[in-house]
Ligand binder design. Structure first.
Ligand code: PLP
Length: 410
């Protein structure tokens, strides 16, 4: 019996859903782990008569279905769609829900690749955008009401705000936005609220339960969790949205392949255990960083000094594994630290079991350099892995000790 077939009306706990949703054993052999289905096509009983609903791999695939069921169960959605990358997921979803002349109001510290997609690819097709500080709800309300034409945005005149797009915590400024309040603002204006839940993961935050319409993930990050697969997902709890997004997933075909879907499913089963550890490690690292004289600011919502701390406590169960740090020694200090660690690996991406270090202004966010989304040059971003926290702190300690004599502000 699968979880879906269970007679119990109680929704199982998060970790039970993570392990079992979409993962029924294979009935022919009893294999506990469902096999990976590589076949691109399926034998038909007669013309147009399918054996088990499967016809062609772009449209549906059993391994992708397993992952989609698991994702929907963990985000509290009725439907999930798995794509070949986070940006492929975003692109297909935006194409499904907007038309030329429409407008997107998005966070002014959204992931650089998201901004590049919206401004430089979809912008060419007549989708306008206004970047705004999402933690300032008055500014958001103004931007929405103006159909995106406010605040110097690149609005097509007469355009209408169709999507309000927020990352919380945001990447890499770690701002926290009130999802419930933003959902009300968006809905009052007839717009949909999209939450990029990549940093929090469904273990720490469920935007649909807070009123969001659409959840986006780069599953490359915490959901896959092992830095060995690129993918993306969209989760919704509305039949009409599901129908529109499902159609574009099928018609465009930017789907995840079977092996990618399998690796993502395997990672997702341990999400809860990993997120507990990522969060505990990050909390300890953030508190240690606060004690260091070289540090100008530690951006981590688990710190009581963080402006979004109380809100994060309300809408998240823990504070996650991501920390941004700004250095008094400016760009030179940030660059030096980024190139001086050995347990933290200098690399793009985040959310894997291994700790990663990133210098956003030249790496993940290089595409927004010179725009209002530009990241401060004295900032590094840490993705705290699941290693022993003493080793993480010792690694950072030797890197910060090495800053002695670094010129300030250079
Ligand atoms: N959203 C966030 C918050 C990200 O950090 C990223 C990638 O870094 C993406 C979306 C895009 O995902 P992908 O790289 O899987 O296309």
């Amino acid at each position: 019996m699968s979880l879906a077939e269970s007679s119990s009306s109680k929704i199982p706990g998060f970790n039970t859903r993570a392990v079992h949703a979409g993962q029924a054993f294979e009935p022919r052999t009893g294999a506990v782990v469902p096999p990976v289905h590589f076949s691109s096509t399926y034998a038909q009983e007669a013309i147009g008569v399918l054996r088990a609903g499967y016809e062609y791999g772009r449209g549906t695939n059993p391994t992708r279905d397993s992952l989609q069921e698991q994702l929907a169960a963990l985000e509290g959605g009725t439907a999930a769609f798995s794509f070949s990358s986070g940006l492929a997921a975003e692109d297909s979803m935006i194409r499904a829900l907007t038309r030329p002349g429409d407008h997107i109001v998005l966070g002014n510290d959204a992931y650089g690749g998201t901004y590049r997609l919206i401004s430089r690819v979809l912008g060419e097709w007549g989708i306008g955008n206004t970047p705004v500080d999402m933690s300032d709800l008055d500014a958001v309300a103004k931007a929405i009401a103006a159909g995106g034409a406010a605040d110097g945005g690149s609005a097509a005149d007469g355009g209408k705000t169709r999507l309000v797009w927020v990352e919380t915590p945001s990447n890499p400024m770690m701002k926290i936005t009130d999802i419930e309040a933003l959902a009300t603002l968006a809905h009052d204006a007839g717009a949909l609220l999209v939450v990029d839940n990549t940093f929090a993961s469904p273990y720490l935050q469920n935007p649909l339960a807070l009123g969001a319409d659409i959840v986006v993930h780069s599953t490359t990050k915490y959901i896959g969790g092992h830095s060995d697969v690129v993918g993306g997902a969209i989760i919704v709890n509305d039949a009409e949205l599901a129908e529109k997004i499902g159609f574009v997933q099928f018609a465009v075909g930017a789907v995840s392949g079977p092996m990618d879907a399998f690796l993502t499913t395997r990672g997702l089963k341990t999400l809860g255990v990993r997120m507990d550890r990522h969060s505990d490690n990050a909390q300890a690292v953030a508190e240690w960083l606060l004690t260091r004289p070289e540090v100008e600011a530690v951006l981590y919502p688990g710190l009581p000094s963080h402006p979004g701390h109380e809100l994060a406590k309300k809408q998240m169960t823990k504070f996650g594994g991501m920390i941004s740090v700004q250095f008094k020694g400016g760009e030179a200090a940030a660059r030096k630290v980024a190139e001086s660690t050995s347990v933290f690996t200098l690399a793009e991406s985040l959310g894997g079991i291994e700790s990663l270090m990133n210098y956003p202004s030249e790496m993940t966010h290089a595409s927004v350099k010179g725009t209002e989304l530009a990241v401060p040059v004295n900032l590094i971003r840490l993705s705290c892995g699941i290693e022993d926290v003493e080793d993480l702190i010792a690694d950072l300690e030797q890197a910060l000790d090495g800053l002695a004599g670094t010129e300030s502000g250079s």
